[in-house]
Design a protein around this ligand. Structure first.
Ligand code: BGP
Length: 454
């Protein structure tokens, strides 16, 4: 038993469009998040947690929490309002100030380059379906490497590219009619590879990696059919993204399923050379739960030969407790996922999201007794420690989310933070910050480098 290594990056995470607000302030261009109609009853992104205006106060609170790292994203359209072209000085300055504020408090900034907020101007010209967006991303990448590369060591390319592809309608935004989703995904893979190559060229000391959402997928039954479905589901949901990032090639089973499903996808030799030229230094991933699949005679892709070729259907596994939003809770699956990723790719790893969304209640005296969140995080950190003790080189853990922010579908009804933000879906109230019970618990976890989870 070795425990967490010295210098382990105990952090916490956010994303620009969910936390900052100031969606069209100081020259920021609209992103796809700003032009979509928010789900009924949830606010738009104009204010969020008002982190844009309160980041100094917030970072001071993060320091009090004891954070060693803060994982945040840069809003592409704050830097390049139309996705390409001249940089917006106020936007460049904002992240420079945020990075400096972190460093002044001894908090390492971990930067996600792109988290679901494609500039609306690029969406209007076809978004990721248009290969020109690949060049735009490289231009954006080079701009932020030049601006912040002197102070940022760890870069994450694209948050949850796999979720954007699988749930394109929720996160890409814009007009999805006839969206060439796997071609768009391919363009994102190329953009990522170009960004990784540019990072290594411009910033030899920096480290960069992908940040998909990885859920190890298990069969519901111990039947050969369910096992086959799980194998395909893992390939389609998980390994497609990491195989392309790490090995520069498509996962065979994922490609098989894409082709059999009739999705449009053209891959040129030149593309393969681009993929091969951009390599990650580490793997970042977000983990909330494992997934379970079962063979579905109606829904499964069965060939003319009558043989199942994937991928079955995702079901709720009765084995696991669930959150208020029906997400399974499987801490041991976190260990399995960490170990599986390591055994496949043999790279250092950092967890960039993990957490529990709940209906928190602000009680008398401005306290939030979120014991359920403490239990969730404790069990997951314990499982991560088992993976570390088994030899998995994990170097950081960034729960979602550092403070309350807008949940994509539920607004402020579903909260994840260590810090309560006093607002709700109907009103911004006073946006005051209050430390939840989990704040004090996580601080002692960090103080003990993960030894004390009580
Ligand atoms: C991840 C996203 C985050 C965040 C989180 C929680 O997929 O990267 O942006 O939203 O999920 O999701 P939700 O707020 O929908 O519960």
């Amino acid at each position: 038993m070795t425990g967490f290594p010295n210098g382990f990056l105990w952090g916490a995470a956010s994303s620009a469009y969910q936390v900052e607000g100031a969606a069209l302030t100081d020259g920021k261009g609209p992103s796809v998040q700003d032009i979509k109609t928010p789900p009924e009853g949830t606010p738009d992104f104009s204010v969020c947690s008002d982190h844009y205006h309160r980041f100094r106060e917030d970072v001071a609170l993060f320091a009090e929490l004891g954070l060693k790292a803060y994982r945040f994203s840069i809003a592409w359209s704050r830097i390049l309002p139309t996705g390409t072209g001249a940089a917006n000085p106020a936007g460049v300055q904002f992240y420079s100030d945020l990075i400096d504020a972190c460093l002044e408090h001894g908090i390492e900034p971990i930067v996600t380059m792109y988290h679901f907020d494609l500039p609306a101007a690029l969406d209007a010209t076809g978004g990721w379906g248009n290969p020109a967006t690949v060049d735009a991303f490289e231009e954006f990448a080079r701009t932020i490497f030049a601006a912040y590369g002197d102070r940022v060591k760890h870069w994450l390319t694209i948050n949850e590219q796999n979720m954007m592809t699988i749930h394109a309608e929720f996160v890409i935004g814009g007009n999805l009619a006839d969206y060439p989703v796997y071609q768009a995904n391919h363009h994102m893979l190329l953009a990522q590879a170009k960004a990784m190559a540019a990072c290594h060229e411009m910033l030899p000391q920096a480290l960069i990696g992908p940040a998909p959402n990885i859920s190890y997928t298990m069969p519901l039954e111990t039947s050969p059919e369910d096992v086959l479905c799980a194998q395909y589901a893992n390939a389609i949901r998980n390994w497609l993204y990491l195989d392309a990032a790490v090995f520069g090639r498509y996962n065979t089973l994922a490609l098989d399923w894409i082709r059999r499903s009739g999705y449009e996808l053209t891959i040129t030799d030149e593309d393969l050379a681009v993929l091969a030229a951009g390599k990650p230094d580490f793997i970042a991933f977000n983990y909330y739960n494992t997934e379970t699949v079962t063979y579905d005679p109606a829904g499964a892709l069965v060939g003319e030969d009558g043989v199942i070729h994937g991928p079955g259907k995702v079901v709720l596994n009765p084995r696991f407790p669930i959150t208020d939003w029906n997400w399974p809770i499987d801490p041991l699956g976190f260990r399995t996922t960490l170990q599986e990723i390591h055994s496949r790719y043999n790279l250092p790893m950092i967890v960039t999201e993990n957490g529990l969304g709940a209906y928190d209640k602000l009680e008398e005296g401005n306290v939030v007794n979120d014991d359920y969140r403490i239990t969730y995080l404790r069990d997951h950190i314990a499982a991560m420690r088992q993976a570390v003790d088994s030899g998995v080189p994990v170097f950081g853990y960034n729960p979602w989310s550092v403070m309350d922010l807008i949940s994509t579908h539920e607004g402020f009804l579903k909260r994840y933070g260590f810090i309560y933000v006093n607002r709700n879906n109907d009103s911004e109230l006073d946006l005051a910050r209050y430390k939840k019970k989990s704040f004090f618990w996580y601080r002692s976890v960090i103080d003990s480098n993960g030894a004390d989870l009580a």
